[in-house]
Design a protein around this ligand. Structure first.
Ligand SMILES: Nc1ccn([C@@H]2O[C@H](COP(=O)(O)OP(=O)(O)OP(=O)(O)O)[C@@H](O)[C@H]2O)c(=O)n1
Ligand SMILES: C[C@](O)(CO)[C@H](O)COP(=O)(O)O
Length: 241
């Protein structure tokens, strides 16, 4: 069977409120390059990826075009697009910028997750080509408790079945566009039910029965979220050099 075309949507439109820095975390310096550079580099150099859509803040589109895409020569970036208020709005903007969905696979990846690598991208491609939907993640190492509303333990899930979820999250393009379209149309109803949409697999889980396979990532495939993550990322980077 012919290889499907692969588009990577790299998300860099967040405000980084939990990081609390003046410069958004995806543009902070990590080993002499912006954090965002690392994810772009991995997808640019992956043989399975055909093109990249970079989603950033409306006021940062020109900056990203000149200071990231052109400066570092990321030739696969075909569009720098303005994102939205929440992560899922930014994903939707990226999907709308993608165009032709037929025979295509979409990789959705956090620009604040620098240590994605070629092997991971390859594993996700194989799985998404076969089954249409997968997310990268790792089995948890700690015991996990589900709390009740009052802060007491309500239950303890079987640890071997609990995974921490990372990105990329990878889907057949027609499947993810139609799932996102429905969620965006039903947004007010979902919000009024208290639903928080924090990843892409959830969007598929909400609107259709399509199974989403878990594919092994790595414990180093961390997202920069709070200030202490910067030190951890520096340490991981040193290991790679
Ligand atoms: N409206 C948004 C929100 C998030 N993201 C991106 O989605 C990824 C994961 O989101 P998260 O860690 O939550 O980033 P922020 O929203 O920036 O962080 P915070 O919630 O602390 O403000 C990041 O690469 C971020 O830039 C985005 O493109 N658009
Ligand atoms: C998509 C994600 O990176 C998977 O771990 C994560 O859910 C992003 O959500 P956050 O709540 O904004 O950190």
């Amino acid at each position: 069977m012919d290889k499907k075309k692969c588009t990577a949507i790299i998300l860099a439109a967040g405000q980084g409120k939990r990081m609390g820095t003046k410069v958004q975390k995806q543009f902070l310096n990590l080993g002499g390059k912006p954090v965002l550079w690392y994810a772009l580099y991995a997808f640019e150099n992956s043989p399975v990826i055909n093109d990249i859509i970079l989603v950033t803040g409306a006021d940062l589109v020109e900056y990203c075009q000149s200071e990231i895409v052109e400066k570092y020569g990321f030739c696969k970036v075909r569009s720098v697009t303005a994102g939205g208020a929440e992560r899922y709005h930014s994903v939707w903007k990226g999907l709308c910028a993608m165009g032709d969905k037929e025979n295509r696979i979409v990789f959705i990846h956090d620009g604040a997750r620098p240590f994605v690598d070629e092997a991971m991208i390859g594993r996700a491609y194989e799985e998404a080509s076969a089954s249409g939907a997968c997310v990268i993640g790792m089995p948890v190492k700690d015991t996990i408790k589900i709390a009740d509303e009052n802060g007491y333990i309500a239950s303890t899930p079987k640890r071997s079945l609990v995974w921490q979820i990372q990105t990329p999250q990878v889907f057949d393009a027609e499947l993810i566009v139609s799932a996102y379209r429905e969620v965006i149309e039903r947004e007010q109803e979902l919000l009024s039910q208290g639903v928080q949409i924090t990843d892409d697999a959830m969007v598929v889980e909400y609107v259709c029965e399509h199974p989403v396979k878990l594919v092994q990532g790595s414990y180093e495939n961390m997202k920069l979220t709070t200030p202490d993550d910067l030190e951890v990322a520096e340490a991981f980077l040193q290991k790679r050099l």
